[in-house]
Write a protein that binds this ligand. Sequence first.
Ligand code: C5P
Length: 239
Amino acid sequence: MTDGRMNRVIVALDVETGGRAMEIVRACNGVISFFKVGKQLFTAEGPDVVRRIKKTGSRVFLDLKYHDIPNTVAQATVEAVKLGADIIDIHTSGGYEMMKKTMEAVRGYCAAHSVSEPEIFGITILTSLDDTELKRIGYTGGTADMVARLAVLGREAGINGVVCSPLEISMVKKTCGSDFKTITPGIRPLFAQSPDDQKRVMTPKNAFDAGTDYIVMGRPITKALNIGEALRKLGDEIG
Ligand code: C5P
């Protein structure tokens, strides 16, 4: 197990097969113990991949971004809790009732079965949407306004935090309070030359210095020729 900041680095397992995912998990052994399973891997491999990762003693962020009517999201989230997911995300734009009902269902299940509660995070505005695209889907506020509004709504509904761009960390903390958590993708360490398709990136050190609770990083680790070496460099950078 690791301490401090390295303990709050989540490696995104955006790969095609469970076999490759487990290779990465093993290569991270002893340094990183938090992994994100998203739509690609989950659709390819099903829930069993989550069980396999959990068996290694690691934690899992199940990133399926649920968005549906309140009952459906609440029940799907409870199934994710049964799988052992430690962090689960839902869309804040699904509305207050959807988030509130989900929190009630999760708390009810965890209390009844004496299991520890996962953290539920909200998606506000996807970082792939700019102001022009937001107008086209009928959102009249700009990105910053909408992120703040949806984060506040999430806080009122009782979720634990939001997934946001590293550039939004301080705004979210200021609007919702420092105990309202943030998970930030869009992270590129100094040793990784390419931003890939990420547009507004920040280094892991700067994101933690800005107050984020977790960072999510995929390709700089998963595509590294030597994952152990990449993790050593990451540790040096984060300090
Ligand atoms: O490889 P990379 O570090 O860019 O991976 C980032 C991960 O975070 C991917 O799984 C991506 O889908 C996810 N993500 C993101 N931006 C968001 C929300 C999620 O990059 N706004």
